[in-house]
Design a protein around this ligand. Structure first.
Ligand SMILES: NC(=O)c1ccc[n+]([C@@H]2O[C@H](COP(=O)([O-])OP(=O)(O)OC[C@H]3O[C@@H](n4cnc5c(N)ncnc54)[C@H](OP(=O)(O)O)[C@@H]3O)[C@@H](O)[C@H]2O)c1
Length: 205
């Protein structure tokens, strides 16, 4: 699959590595395609795209900080009928949730790109687990929420390609639960001192 990742930071970098290993064609849409980050990605063999060309890929992944999400979503070019994966968490500078209960970052993206199929995924674990999901003794799970069934199925497959058990989390508004779930991961990792090397899994009897 052709995937354009917007944001080449912790999350974008890990997802890109994992998907390339799984055989996908990964490109990065950057604000600055002439900077040092762009050079590093080019040397690593990744395609570089202007932001306005991100919409040419089959799947566009938003991996930018919450305060920048709106700007990034508006710059994607034509995205009608495309799959946009929202991997963000709406965090304040104090690392608390900026919204919840009645709205989510994913629904914000859906309002900004009304013609696209927005899917929430890849937000409930630390970035370094995303390219290393295969390394867990128990398969970690990745909840995937979205309103368009074929789009959600494609993103669930992308989660499986990384080594996650993909879980159908229901409609996009379930992001209202998945974003606080990420907050729980963050608090466990950094306040309760679990460290970053854990992920959620479904235990069955
Ligand atoms: N870190 C984690 O473990 C983790 C896990 C799950 C979810 N998340 C969520 O995922 C998102 C990304 O987190 P991160 O840790 O990967 O952040 P990060 O390392 O700070 O990377 C952010 C990336 O976004 C790019 N960016 C910022 N504004 C942009 C814009 N307007 N247009 C295009 N690109 C833009 C930055 O590029 P420039 O070089 O141009 O600034 C940078 O490459 C956040 O919403 C975070 O809450 C993070």
């Amino acid at each position: 699959m052709e995937i354009a990742i917007v944001g080449a930071g912790n999350v974008g970098g890990a997802l890109g590595k994992g998907w390339r290993k799984a055989g996908h064609q990964v490109g990065y849409a950057l604000r600055d395609t002439a900077g040092t980050k762009a050079d590093e990605l080019r040397r690593g063999g990744f395609n570089l795209l202007a932001m306005t060309d991100a919409g040419k890929a089959d799947v566009i992944v938003l991996a930018v900080p919450w305060p920048n999400l709106s700007d990034a979503a508006k710059e994607l070019g034509r995205v009608d009928g495309k799959i946009i994966v929202d991997a963000t968490n709406p965090l304040t500078a104090e690392m608390e949730l900026a919204l919840g209960f009645t709205d989510s970052a994913a629904e914000t993206v859906a309002r900004l790109a009304p013609g696209a199929h927005v899917v929430k995924a890849f937000n409930v674990t630390g970035s370094d687990n995303m390219a290393l999901a295969h390394a867990f003794k128990t398969k970690p799970m990745m909840p995937v929420a979205g309103d368009d069934a074929p789009a959600k199925a494609k993103v669930m497959k992308l989660a499986e390609d990384l080594g996650f058990e993909a879980v159908d989390a229901g409609p996009l508004k379930t992001a209202r639960l998945l974003e606080p779930m990420a907050m729980f991961w963050i608090k466990q990792a950094f306040v309760q001192n679990q460290g970053r090397e854990f992920a959620f899994a479904l235990a069955r009897r």
